[in-house]
Design a binder for this molecule. Structure first.
Ligand SMILES: O=C(O)CCC(=O)C(=O)O
Length: 382
């Protein structure tokens, strides 16, 4: 055997030892600390699921439709609502500008999450849990208890509602994390509520924003106010062979809306648009917002939760922070009766959070398979 081949075989054996000893369950950052030169087999996707970085498919950049909060709250609200509705139908995604969240809150949140991922593994591992509804959960891959192939991501998930119940369980290190997440979760929550009102209005379910505020007549809005919120910080270390793996595989989000802070420096988020994968161009000081499965169900298929995935980078690590919002844990989600009629029959079964959690615990969550399991009829172009 040539010296080069010997060295190659040794590397593969070393990587397989890692796999055998279940080291990969400790996370990608932990694995990278060992100086990997090749991707361990556990992370190599079947050829058809790889991201095709070298083809045009991976190279196409997309500017998402822009929704301007200043316009949404000004005299031009009607036009802004039309743009919002169009974006939710045609893209399932939009870029939210002039969002009004203090840059200090955003930077503190990013900094606190970064410091958490820099902690020694022993500290991070205190928060590893198989319980999908735990107040805090540190982990790796997409669903590490089910995934056959692991993806190149570590995460921390923090349940944020009700704050007084969950806060004592959040990590006490780094010292600034709790305060940063409290501030950030409150601000993103009120931004979400503002958007949720606009979504109801854009679907024709309430006449005007004033209607809701003055009469407080919208029960659904009360449910939104008491809704669940999950903050997820994703960390994707640089990857020796990014064309063989993904940071997160194609998936849709479960909730109503997700407010995402993508890494402003390192691209990676791709969405499926018009039948192909396109890379979302980061826009500074803005959020990427996407429709989740619950909003697709609630709107009886008018607004679409769209598949998205994350590419990893050969040279740079990447971080993103997602805030996922939906109804309270025990609420039933169903198509709004006002959006069901003879021409547009009910398309989804009722569902709730508990059903989703059960599904996640017993299935490999891929593509939109949870939503598909709730479907009553096929959408023409689904
Ligand atoms: O990292 C990103 O840009 C997207 C993250 C994402 O899709 C998720 O957290 O579900």
């Amino acid at each position: 055997m040539s010296p080069a081949l010997v060295s190659e075989v040794q590397t593969i054996c070393k990587e397989d030892e890692l796999v055998e000893s279940h080291e990969y369950h400790k996370g990608v950052k932990h694995l990278c600390g060992r100086g990997l030169k090749k991707l361990p087999r556990k992370y190599i996707l079947p050829a058809l699921e790889r991201p095709l970085l070298s083809t045009k498919d991976g190279a196409t950049n997309l500017k998402l439709p822009i929704i301007d909060i200043a316009q949404l709250q000004g005299p031009d609200r009607v036009h802004a609502l039309e743009s919002l509705s169009k974006a939710c139908q045609e893209y399932g995604f939009f870029q939210l500008i002039n969002h009004g969240i203090a840059s200090e809150s955003v930077l503190d949140m990013i900094q606190a999450a970064r410091k958490f991922f820099e902690l020694p593994f022993e500290e991070r591992s205190k928060y590893m849990s198989k319980d999908q509804s735990a107040p805090v959960r540190y982990g790796t891959s997409f669903n590490q208890n089910k995934d056959r192939v692991f993806c190149w991501r570590d995460f921390i998930k923090l349940n944020c509602h009700p704050l007084s119940d969950v806060l004592p369980h959040w990590p006490s290190s780094p010292a600034e994390l709790r305060q940063a997440v409290v501030n950030y979760s409150k601000e993103t929550r009120s931004l979400y509520l503002m958007l949720a009102k606009a979504i109801l209005e854009s679907l024709g379910l309430v006449e005007t924003e004033k209607d809701i505020d003055e009469n407080g007549s919208c029960d659904l809005l009360k449910e939104f106010e008491d809704g669940s919120q999950l903050i997820v910080a994703n960390f994707y270390p640089s990857c020796p062979e990014p064309d063989l793996t993904l940071g997160i595989p194609p998936h849709s989000d479960y909730g109503f809306l997700t407010l995402l802070l993508p890494d402003e420096e390192v691209k990676g988020l791709q969405i499926q648009h018009e039948g192909r994968w396109v890379t979302v161009e980061p826009v500074p000081n803005s959020f990427v917002v996407n429709v989740g499965d619950h909003l697709e169900i609630f709107s009886n298929g008018k607004y679409r939760s769209v598949l998205h995935r994350v590419l990893v980078n050969p040279l740079k690590s990447r971080m993103s922070i997602a805030s996922l919002h939906t109804l309270p844990f025990n609420s039933m989600i169903r198509p709004s009766p006002k959006l069901v009629n003879d021409a547009n029959p009910r398309r989804y079964k009722d569902t709730d959070f508990a059903t989703f959690i059960q599904y996640m615990a017993s299935h490999e969550h891929k593509n939109k398979n949870f939503l598909e399991s709730r479907r009553l009829t096929q959408l023409g172009d689904a």
